[in-house]
Design a binder for this molecule. Structure first.
Ligand SMILES: *Cc1c(COP(=O)(O)O)cnc(C)c1O
Length: 350
């Protein structure tokens, strides 16, 4: 026992660094979609505002049923939370045992080490390949008797590439059923390569598969905090037990339903983003040749020791990007004129 009131291991948690926000600046730092809320969403929020003196539907029934119908599964296999970030944390809490480990690639989503440590799990980080992809074989090799879950971030934030069906098949084939294979598909809607697997379609019925999706990115609801996951019914139930009661508030539930009703417009916007993505990657490669292929709404500039310097150069020009010191810079694909400004900043840099 320690004499300190706070758990010692929390001091080692790297802090989550939100993408910067400055008024007037072009915000290409948080992987948001630049077009505002989907049509019908503000109205749904305004309607729901009339009831905010009441607790929301704790079971999130309508939204879970709508998601289940779309995914072709029973609603008891869906859990919702205040963003998939929170839900990933709840899943890790639900599976944590003393000495337990969670395997994931690095660099990957910065919430994973935080969620793992808070849950009391040890992180086993497996370096990405030289081309910034998950090293699936090394991840498989890192699975041991204490492994509780393997997290596959596909497309990978912040580097961009997605994991292939053949690679994911290998993961499922190699790990025991007692190890969850967590597929974080926060950027699934932006995937354009038809050969890449849809985690729900291809793996949804595996007993140890857990697929995470979010309303924060393509669906334009980052500010309202709604994410969801699909898993085996008992796994989903365990996660729902860990979620703070009434987590997803009423306006957020209403907004998520309204967003789903505007799916055609979501697809139209995503198509604008993915066509711009091609242009940004090609333009960026003229300056930084080893920009990896990306299936998400951002691209990765592997600038190494110059990452922070480039972010400062952009900020001086009123453009916010997300540097990872010593490693690279993640740049969200925005409106055409925003992307032009970014490419111009790159060309003027060296
Ligand atoms: C943005 C993101 C999420 C989702 O975050 P929310 O909490 O739903 O806003 C999950 N995973 C990854 C990899 C992300 O980049």
């Amino acid at each position: 026992m320690t004499n300190e009131p706070i758990r010692e291991d929390l001091a080692a948690i790297p802090r989550y660094v939100p993408g910067k926000a400055l008024p007037q600046a072009l915000k290409l730092s948080s992987n948001e979609v630049p077009y505002g809320p989907l049509p019908g969403v503000p109205e749904a929020i305004a309607d729901a505002a009339a009831n905010v003196h009441r607790y929301p539907d704790m079971g999130v029934v309508r939204l879970r049923e709508e998601l289940a119908a779309r995914l072709g599964v029973d609603a008891d296999r869906i859990a919702t939370g205040t963003g998939s970030v929170a839900l990933i944390g709840h899943l890790l809490q639900a599976i944590a045992v003393p000495g337990g480990e969670v395997v994931y690639s690095w660099r990957s989503f910065e919430a994973y080490p935080i969620a793992a440590t808070v849950a009391g799990l040890r992180s086993v980080q497996v370096p990405n390949t030289a081309d910034h992809r998950h090293d699936v074989d090394a991840m498989i090799a890192a699975v041991g008797p204490d492994t509780r879950a393997v997290i596959v971030c596909s497309p990978n934030n912040p580097t961009g590439p997605a994991v292939t069906a053949e690679e994911l098949d290998r993961v499922f084939g190699a790990v025991p059923e007692s190890v969850l294979v967590v597929i974080d598909e926060a950027y699934r809607e932006f995937v354009t390569d038809p050969s890449l697997p849809d985690g729900v379609e291809r793996y949804g019925d595996r007993p140890n598969a857990v697929v995470f999706r979010t309303f924060s990115k393509a669906w334009g609801l980052a500010g309202l905090r709604v994410g969801y996951m699909l898993a085996r019914a008992d796994v989903a139930d365990a996660v729902r037990r860990c979620v703070i009661p009434f987590a997803v508030n009423g306006p957020a539930q209403a907004a998520a339903l309204a967003a789903l009703a505007a799916e055609d417009e979501m697809r139209r916007r995503v198509a604008l983003v993915t066509s711009e993505r091609k242009r940004v990657v090609m333009g960026a490669r003229e300056i930084v040749p080893d920009v990896p292929e990306t299936q998400a709404n951002f691209c990765w500039l592997p600038l190494g020791e110059r990452a922070v310097e480039f972010a400062a150069h952009c900020e001086a020009r009123g453009i916010l990007v997300r540097p990872f010191a010593g490693d690279g810079v993640r740049v969200t694909v925005g409106l055409p004129e925003e992307n032009d400004a970014l490419l111009e900043a790159l060309r003027d840099w060296r």
